[in-house]
Design a protein around this ligand. Structure first.
Ligand code: MN
Length: 154
C-alpha cells in the first residue's frame, strides 16, 4: 500500500484491511527460518523513503540470521521473544524499542509459549541481507550464549 490510504483499519488483532500476508523470505541463498509471517503495512513511493513491515514469529520460531548495511528500527507489539544483535541477546517486550545497527548479525526468536510480533522500519531502497558462512557461524559460536541462541542450517 502507499501513502494515498489515509487510514487503514485493523480487521482482527494484528491484521489490517487489504494487507495480505506475504512469504517472509524466499529461499534465495538458502536462508534458515521457521514460522514467520510478513505484512508490508506502509511503503513510500520514494526510494529514499521508509517502509514499515509487521513480522510475526510463532512460538519457537525464528527469523534468518543475517546482516546488511541498512538498519532496522524494531518495535515489538505482540508477545515476547529475543533478538541477537551483534553478540548481545536482547529481551523483546511490547513497546520497547530495538535498534539494529549496520552490519550487525541479527536473528529474532519468539518465546516458547507465545508469538512475537514486531513492527520493523527500513528504508525502501536497501541492500540485500548477507548470510553467515560456516566460518562466520563458527566465529559467532565462540560466544557460548550466542552459540546456544542462534538457529542455522549449518
Ligand atoms: Mn535484517
Amino acid at each position: 500500500m502507499s501513502n494515498d490510504n489515509i487510514n487503514v483499519f485493523q480487521t482482527q488483532p494484528y491484521r489490517w484491511q487489504g494487507i495480505d500476508e506475504l512469504i517472509y523470505k524466499n529461499e534465495d541463498g538458502n536462508p534458515s527460518f521457521k514460522d514467520v509471517t510478513r505484512h508490508k503495512l506502509f511503503s513510500e513511493n520514494d526510494p529514499q523513503g521508509f517502509e514499515v513491515r509487521y513480522f510475526e514469529v510463532s512460538p519457537c520460531g525464528h527469523t534468518t540470521l543475517e546482516k546488511h548495511e541498512h538498519i532496522h528500527i524494531v518495535i515489538p507489539i505482540r508477545g515476547s521473544g529475543f533478538c541477537l544483535v551483534g553478540s548481545e541477546i536482547v529481551k523483546l517486550e511490547v513497546n520497547n524499542l530495538l535498534h539494529v545497527p549496520s552490519w550487525q548479525w541479527h536473528q529474532f526468536r519468539a518465546s516458547e509459549n507465545e508469538s512475537l510480533g514486531f513492527m520493523c522500519l527500513v528504508k525502501v531502497e536497501r541492500d540485500r541481507p548477507t548470510l553467515p558462512t560456516i566460518e562466520e557461524i563458527n566465529k559467532l559460536k565462540e560466544n557460548k550464549a550466542v552459540a546456544e541462541f542462534i538457529r542455522t542450517k549449518n
